[in-house]
Structures are given as C-alpha cells and as structure tokens.
Design a binder for this molecule. Structure first.
Ligand code: PEP
Ligand code: MN
Length: 342
C-alpha cells in the first residue's frame, strides 16, 4: 500500500501519517520525490485498513501496490533518483541524465599497480576508482584479494589522486571494514541474493552498487535492491554485468535491454559493466558505446596498466589510454541523448 501525500504536505503531516501507520502495527517508509512524498506501508500480511489514513491532513490517496517491489518502483517515486557520490574532487552523480564513469583494476594488487591505474583513470577525466580488496573467486586457489591492506591502498589512492573509491564487500565481516574506507559499497553478482549482506548494506550510510546476479531475472534484481532500501538505504545504483546464456563467444551475455526495462519500472539509476559483460578486452569499447546509447546512467570498466600480468581479469581489462578514448567517445554519444558525463 502506498499513501500519496499532497505536494504541499508539511513534514509534520508526513510524520503524523507515519506515526498512524506504525500505530497500526506496520512499517512506514517515506520516499520523498521531486513533486511529492509517498509513504510505503510494509509489514502487512493482507490488505491494510486505510479508512483512517485517507482522511488525514495532507493525504491525497492510498493506492494498493500490486508489484512485489515497492520502494524501488516508479509507482512510489516518479522522478529519477540521482545518487550523488561525494569525492575529494566534487560530487559524481548517477541518474536523471547524469552519467557516472568508473574505472579501475579488478583487484588491488600493489600500491604501485593501483597508483599507475589511478593516474590513468584521472587523466581520462574519471573521478571514481574501483578496485577489489576482497575478491569472490570461482577457485579457492586464485588470488583472493589483499583484504584490509588493499583497503589502505585504496585510501591512499583517494588521498593522492582525489578519486572517490568503490570496492566490494563479500560478506558481513568484510562490509564492516569496507564501509570505513570506501565511498561506495559494491555487492557482487554472486551475492545479489545474499539477503543478510543486502540487509547489512541497507543499514550502511554509504551508497551501494548492486550487481545483477548472473542468472537473475529483472524482478529478482529489483527485489535485491528492495532489500537494501527496506533497511533505509535509498542510495542504490544497479549494475548490469552480463548473464549466463548458451552463447559461448563471450564470458557472459551483456543484457543491455535490461536498461530501459529497469528505467521503466524503477527510479533507480542503472550502470553497465561491459568488462564482465563480455570478458573480452576488444569488446569493451563497442559495448560501452552501446550502453551509453541505450541510456545507461553510468559505466563500470576494468582498467589495468599491465593487463597481461594482472592477478585477476586481465583478459577483459583495457589500458588507461584506451579508457581515455572510451570516455571521450561516451561523452559524444551521451550528448545525442542530452545526457552528460560528469
Ligand atoms: C568484479 O566486479 O570484479 C566482479 C567480481 O564482478 P561480478 O560480481 O559482476 O562477477
Ligand atoms: Mn573483475
């Protein structure tokens, strides 16, 4: 159930409606929009008795929400959510026509490696650096990431280059540490349905980048975001990173058609990761162009200064100068849609 407030409803009126909902034994989650606030009612088993709510001052109407997801839905908030990431070089926005660009190595390997890539990312005009200190690897014998020393290197990258940091938490334990160092918490594809991790991320003050599971449907993807939002964290950026199909010429099949599908159903921004989406270095530039053309709110690209010697995902990592070309081309394509890379 959704309680739609009038555009001129006061904060006191919103508070009073929330209090009434809570007194009925439900949970009230206000979602402020550009034009009006909507209040989501959750925690109800069956129909909510709306009689007393609809008559309250400031309320326009109560509408039942038939979709399984609520907070992520455009029914709750018509205007695009713009997730703003504070970085030492100013805010980077995702959504509402603003395109955020993120580059960095799959994994933080050494300080020298991270600094070399960060230098290239910055020269290309990007302000967000992504690198994993905790890596969810298919094999337990593959490089698992440096852990906290890797997070310290990321903090040094922020200090040295003024870049904002995105890094992955693979479980609740690593999230406790990750959130101290990072500007954005990444939840990886393999954890898209790790519900306790999603809830923990939902209790964090830091924005969350949520990757689509490798066989997740659109509804499952949106429900994962709903988990994060239901705990109070509304700063969620979705990320398409390819899904498993019978197609065997790429690592995954980049499902660009999910971008407009998400944008139709949800107000949340969605970015595209063409690196995991293809697994092939030479496909990253063409699929990045396509992602911007389809209306993506951002790009997440793996970049390495020496990809042939990378400890993970070198095969899909591009060189810093190739990343610079990618950003320049993305800028031109974005302009056609009146979107801007920031
Ligand atoms: C990554 O971002 O390096 C990663 C492991 O991605 P995914 O979770 O999409 O496989
Ligand atoms: Mn990777």
């Amino acid at each position: 159930m959704l309680v739609v407030m009038q555009s001129h409803a006061t904060e006191d009126q919103v508070r009073a409606v929330c209090a009434r909902i809570e007194s009925l034994g439900y949970k009230a989650l206000p979602v402020p929009g550009a034009g009006r606030t909507a209040i989501c009612i959750t925690g109800n088993e069956g129909a909510v008795d709306i009689g007393s709510l609809e008559a309250m001052p400031g309320v326009i109407e109560c509408i039942p929400v038939s979709k399984p997801y609520k907070l992520v839905s455009r029914d709750v908030k018509e205007d695009d959510t713009v997730v703003r990431i504070p970085t030492p070089s100013g805010e980077v926005a995702f959504g509402g026509g603003a395109i955020g660009v993120v580059g960095g190595p799959c994994a933080v390997e050494t300080r020298e490696q991270a600094f070399a890539v960060a230098r290239g990312i910055k020269a290309a005009g990007a302000r967000l650096f992504r690198g994993g200190a905790y890596k969810p690897r298919t094999s337990p014998y593959s490089f698992q990431g440096l852990g906290e020393p890797g997070l310290k290197i990321l903090a040094a990258v922020r200090d040295e280059f003024g870049l904002g940091i995105i890094t992955e938490a693979i479980d609740n334990e690593s999230l406790d540490l990750v959130e101290k160092y990072t500007d954005v918490i990444q939840i990886g594809a393999r954890n898209m349905q790790n519900f306790s991790l999603l809830k923990r991320a939902g209790r964090s003050q830091k924005p969350v980048l949520l990757k689509r599971g490798m066989s997740a449907t659109l509804d499952e993807f949106l429900m994962a975001a709903e988990y994060v939002m239901s705990e109070g964290n509304y700063n969620v950026i979705l990320c398409e990173r390819g899904v498993r199909t019978f197609s065997d010429f790429t690592r995954n099949t980049l499902d660009l058609s999910i971008v407009p599908a998400v944008q139709r159903r949800s107000h949340l921004p969605i970015v595209v990761d063409p690196s995991h989406g293809t697994g092939k270095r030479h496909k990253v530039l063409p699929l990045s162009r396509a992602a911007i053309a389809v209306g993506a709110d951002g790009l997440l690209v793996e970049v390495h200064h020496d990809p042939d010697r990378a400890l993970s995902d070198g095969i899909q990592s591009i060189l810093p100068n190739e990343f610079a070309q990618l950003v320049a081309e993305a800028r031109e394509i974005a302009a056609v849609l009146h979107h801007t890379i920031n």
